[in-house]
Design a protein around this ligand. Structure first.
Ligand SMILES: NC(=O)c1ccc[n+]([C@@H]2O[C@H](COP(=O)([O-])OP(=O)(O)OC[C@H]3O[C@@H](n4cnc5c(N)ncnc54)[C@H](OP(=O)(O)O)[C@@H]3O)[C@@H](O)[C@H]2O)c1
Length: 255
């Protein structure tokens, strides 16, 4: 077994988009585990919008990644050594073990996943954080009912694409807002959305009037900003609005 751990660490906090200057690539020895620890060979790393927020030195729902630390990221990997009573060699685990090839863990935040039920990468997608976010956000907060109109932004993304499909299963009319003709075509042709709005090439407010003639009953908001404002102009009485994320604040921050 190799003894080298390849790691990406935070070198400097970015302003705006991260660049090569944001990161340090390091190679370190894989530490020997002690009682209560396990060693994970990381197989999959998730790249999520939330990671940009973790780079800011600001109060949030989770502590920022510190300068010099391995970048935090959702991961799935295989346990290759264990001195932990709950995890055995050969187990597969999901957690937040960072952008590195091997991780030592005391088990905090880890849960076992079963590769015989689904490919391992699915535990970072539909069976992981984005899937849970879409499922519970839509069903618990959005409470869609058959026949209602559900609009979802960031519709071709990890969360939005699942939200639209779940809403279709629930018998709703689903309109997805996404950037570009290709993504919009994919939402209709492959995922069964009823209609789409290409916010990069269409007037969103006008397109909402056209695609949601009976107004919007549930808005699942992944982007915030102007699109949120536009959808609110078409919102129905007793509508539910799921404030999931505001990625426009990251990609096009207000000055
Ligand atoms: N509350 C929670 O627990 C939770 C959990 C997971 C995610 N989230 C949030 O949910 C949102 C989606 O996450 P995800 O994992 O699905 O992301 P993702 O798969 O990375 O998709 C994000 C998409 O957002 C679109 N986008 C980017 N900038 C935009 C802008 N200025 N205006 C409109 N659309 C823009 C882009 O698609 P286009 O090409 O279509 O522009 C991008 O591909 C994020 O805001 C994230 O922070 C929240």
């Amino acid at each position: 077994m190799t003894t080298i751990n390849k790691q990406w660490r935070l070198k400097a906090r970015p302003v705006g988009e991260p660049s090569a200057e944001t990161w340090d690539y390091t190679e370190t020895e894989i530490p020997t585990i002690i009682d209560g620890q396990l060693l994970i060979k990381v197989e999959y790393i998730s790249i999520d919008p939330a990671m940009r927020g973790w780079l800011n030195d600001a109060k949030s729902y989770i502590a920022p990644v510190q300068i010099g630390e391995v970048m935090r990221a959702g991961t799935v990997g295989e346990v290759i050594e264990s001195k932990h009573e709950k995890f055995a060699v050969g187990d597969y685990v999901a957690g937040h073990d960072g952008v590195q090839s091997y991780a030592v863990s005391d088990g905090t935040g880890l849960h076992k996943v079963d590769p015989s039920l689904a490919p391992l990468s699915y535990y970072l997608g539909v069976l992981g954080m984005p899937g849970m976010t879409g499922y519970f956000g839509l069903l618990k907060t959005g409470q869609p009912k058959a026949g209602e109109t559900v609009v979802v932004s960031g519709a071709a993304g990890a969360v939005g694409s699942l939200v639209g499909q779940i809403a279709k299963i629930k018998g709703c009319r689903v309109v997805g807002i996404a950037g570009g003709a290709e993504k919009c075509k994919f939402l209709v042709d492959e995922l069964g959305f009823d209609a789409t709005i290409d916010y990069k090439n269409e007037d969103v407010k006008k397109a909402l009037k056209k695609t949601c003639p009976d107004g919007v009953d549930v808005y699942f908001d992944n982007v915030g900003g102007d699109i949120l404002n536009d959808v609110l102009t078409q919102i129905n009485l007793h509508a539910r609005i799921v404030i999931c994320g505001a990625i426009s604040n990251i990609t096009t921050p207000q000055q």
